[in-house]
Design a protein around this ligand. Structure first.
Ligand SMILES: C[S@@+](CC[C@H](N)C(=O)[O-])C[C@H]1O[C@@H](n2cnc3c(N)ncnc32)[C@H](O)[C@@H]1O
Length: 224
């Protein structure tokens, strides 16, 4: 990601201007939990790219899953552990030019780095991926690199949930990514199904400032 865009995100955290942050668990996680945690026997490991300090991490861990987040802002990562009252350690990870924050019980890992330095070589074996506010936050240019990275993490059977705003694809961020672009991005190896749509906008998305915004949609991506 270019330095200016990255600095923009880091500034948001410094100034505590984080309108996208929900204090409640996202309804998708509650409704479609079993898609992310599909294995009835093995421990599930769920990846949340561009995780901010989402409380979804805690919800998933409380249900016995391991969660791996990735977030560029160190403020966000530290705030997550502090606000959730979870003890943690941190160590440098040269491969991502960043740090790995880990809960003392080892159930939560958060890579504090640029997504574009991450790949399956750093960490893999995810049973599910929850993308809320990640792909849609990236410019169409950066999105191509998102696909490259996520392709290294997906395989037939992985559970993948993606939330998007329902709006004119020409506008953004946050961007709506048409089905065709999604499937092309994953080289036709994924089938996209719409799980639900809501006209209710999440906190932080201002319908007056974004008049083309009709609501939010959640998709399931199934890989062949
Ligand atoms: C729209 S917010 C969504 C946060 C979170 N998913 C949630 O639901 O609350 C996007 C987040 O991505 C982070 N971010 C943006 N670009 C990034 C990048 N290239 N690598 C890692 N994190 C990034 C920002 O700091 C911000 O916290």
């Amino acid at each position: 990601m270019d330095d200016k865009t990255m600095q923009g995100w880091l500034n948001c955290w410094e100034k505590k201007t984080i309108p996208w942050h929900h204090t409640d668990v996202h309804e998708t996680i509650e409704k479609y939990y079993e898609i992310l945690a599909a294995s009835p026997t093995a421990k599930n490991k769920i990846f949340i790219p561009l995780c901010g300090k989402t409380v979804d991490i805690k919800y998933l861990v409380d249900r016995g899953n391991e969660v791996v987040g990735l977030e560029a802002s160190e403020i966000a990562v530290r705030d997550f552990f502090t606000e959730q009252n979870i003890e943690y350690t941190s160590e440098d990870v040269p491969a991502v030019k960043g740090k790995l924050y880990r809960s003392s019980d080892k159930m939560i890992k958060i890579y504090c780095c640029d997504l574009f330095l991450f790949s399956a070589e750093v960490e893999s074996g995810f049973s599910g991926i929850w993308d809320r506010g990640s792909m849609v936050a990236l410019s169409p240019e950066a999105r191509k690199r998102y696909f490259e990275i996520m392709k290294t993490l997906t395989y037939p059977g992985i559970g993948y949930l993606l939330e998007m705003p329902d709006r004119d694809p020409k506008n953004g961020p946050p961007f709506f990514v048409p089905f065709d672009d999604l499937e092309r991005g994953f080289e036709q190896k994924c089938r996209v199904t719409k799980l639900f749509a809501t006209e209710k906008l999440p906190p932080g998305l201002d319908g007056e400032k974004m008049p083309d915004l009709k609501g939010m949609v959640v998709f399931r991506l199934a890989f062949q």
